[in-house]
Design a protein around this ligand. Structure first.
Ligand code: PGA
Ligand code: ZN
Length: 425
């Protein structure tokens, strides 16, 4: 039974305020969560509440959200059974008429939802992954790891947001992480050789930023880095690209390398990149509300690779249902703070699985040192996890937790390349 809910203003990895929360149970067990925050946020995700007071943290303060935890949300959940996550989440959602939780603040709601889950796991005496998985065998996810960053995560050093490495040939999580760490180091060396003077600079998710002539050079750099690391592009390590297309659209077309491409030219460019580089996953290729464009692009771009919706689906079951019905994309990014509660995020994961869509659970560009995301990946058997680079502690917190689980949890499975969505057919 929940007996106490504490909240405070903490800092995320960008040094911006976020909501910290501890839920304490009657038997003394407790759980603490600090919520993440995006920079390239979609229009359909649950809404963070920020104070907007220019005299504190440039308007990014979250004292209002912290207050909402103490005065609005805590009374709704005190006395509830923490093990009944759905009942707790329903009580939290009832506090706001806005399904996107904008009045109370999705950052307030998620903090309580997650801290409740962690308290319940602690109270059960089991690790979080086991608490959420029931009897299922723990499934270590295939990691999708940021190597080069642009867009809103790197001062627009590139137009596209992330070029990532996916260790498709690895047979364990530990091997997967070692391979991508090698690729990251090789990419830094090659970038320095190619005239980048910024190898010490890392972007919001720990990716390399700056020093490249154009967007395609980032795909070439990562492909070459795989070889430089002694691995085979495509066979051992493939590429994933997050276009974050919302950020590229200027109202008439997609801005790339100083030009505006219309829809046909943009798609042709993506198709060529997929022919010339070992791209196994593409994310947010079009703006979030272009359902017709997405449906038209899915057969070509998604025929033999993963086509992943982030801003498109916004971890929202209604939007994912629409996508499934219209044959749009074949995989969904699951970000708990886009959903607003643990139960909503889990429901999206289950809806995707039932429809044959792949699932990639994901951190945010502004994240925290918490590691619950790793346990959710394993316990929910998402198959894939996207957390950023292999450096910066808010990123390594998740990787390190996965290394711990693989090494110590007894029999586990590693999802490997089979977790990638291959085709809609
Ligand atoms: P965000 O970026 O956390 O800034 O939204 C992550 C992503 O686009 O995948
Ligand atoms: Zn994205």
């Amino acid at each position: 039974t929940i007996s106490e809910v504490l909240a405070w203003e903490a800092l995320d990895s960008r040094g911006r305020p976020t909501v910290g929360c501890r839920v304490i149970l009657a038997d003394g067990a407790s759980g603490r969560a600090t919520v993440p925050s995006g920079a390239s946020t979609g229009g359909h995700e649950a809404r963070e509440r920020r104070d907007g007071d220019p005299d504190r943290y440039g308007g990014h303060g979250v004292r209002g959200a912290v207050d909402a935890v103490r005065t609005t949300l805590a009374p709704l959940v005190i006395g509830l059974d923490a093990a009944d996550q759905e009942a707790v989440d329903a009580a939290l959602e009832s506090a706001d008429d806005d399904p996107l939780l904008g009045a109370v603040g999705a950052n307030a709601v998620l903090a309580v939802s997650l801290a409740t889950l962690l308290a319940a796991a602690a109270g059960s005496g089991r690790p979080l992954w086991r608490h959420v998985s029931g009897d299922a065998v723990p499934l270590l996810p295939l990691p999708m790891v940021n190597i080069v960053s642009g867009g809103a995560h790197a001062g627009r050093a590139l137009d596209i947001q992330d070029v990532l490495a996916v260790p498709v040939g690895a047979t364990s999580f530990a091997q997967a992480l070692e391979w991508v760490s090698r690729v990251r180091a090789a990419a830094g060396e090659l970038l320095a050789q190619r005239g980048g003077t910024t190898t010490a600079l890392v972007a919001d998710e720990g990716g390399l930023a700056g020093g490249l002539a154009d967007n395609e050079a980032a795909l070439a750099l990562v492909t070459d880095a795989v070889e430089h690391a002694g691995l085979a592009p495509g066979e051992h390590v493939g590429l994933a690209v997050d276009l974050a297309a919302n950020q590229l659209h200027d109202g008439t077309g997609y801005r790339l390398d100083g030009e505006t491409l219309d829809a046909a030219a943009w798609r042709a460019r993506l198709e060529r990149w997929c022919r010339d580089y070992p791209v196994v996953s593409l994310e947010d290729v079009l703006v979030e509300d272009d359902w017709a464009g997405w449906a038209a692009a899915t057969p070509a771009l998604g025929a033999d690779r993963q086509l992943l919706g982030d801003d498109l689906f916004a971890t929202n079951a209604g939007r994912l249902r629409q996508g499934i019905d219209q044959g749009v994309a074949n995989a969904v990014l699951v970000k708990p703070n886009q959903a607003g509660t643990v139960s909503r995020a889990r429901a999206v994961t289950e809806l995707a699985r039932a429809a044959g869509y792949a699932t990639v659970i994901s951190a945010r560009s502004g994240d925290t040192e918490d590691d619950w995301l790793a346990d959710l990946a394993v316990g929910w058997r998402t198959g894939q996890l996207k957390v950023g680079s292999t450096m910066r502690s808010e990123r390594t917190a998740k990787w390190n937790r996965l290394l711990e689980i693989e090494a110590t949890a007894g029999p586990t499975e590693f999802a490997g390349a089979a977790a990638l969505s291959r085709s809609l057919a």
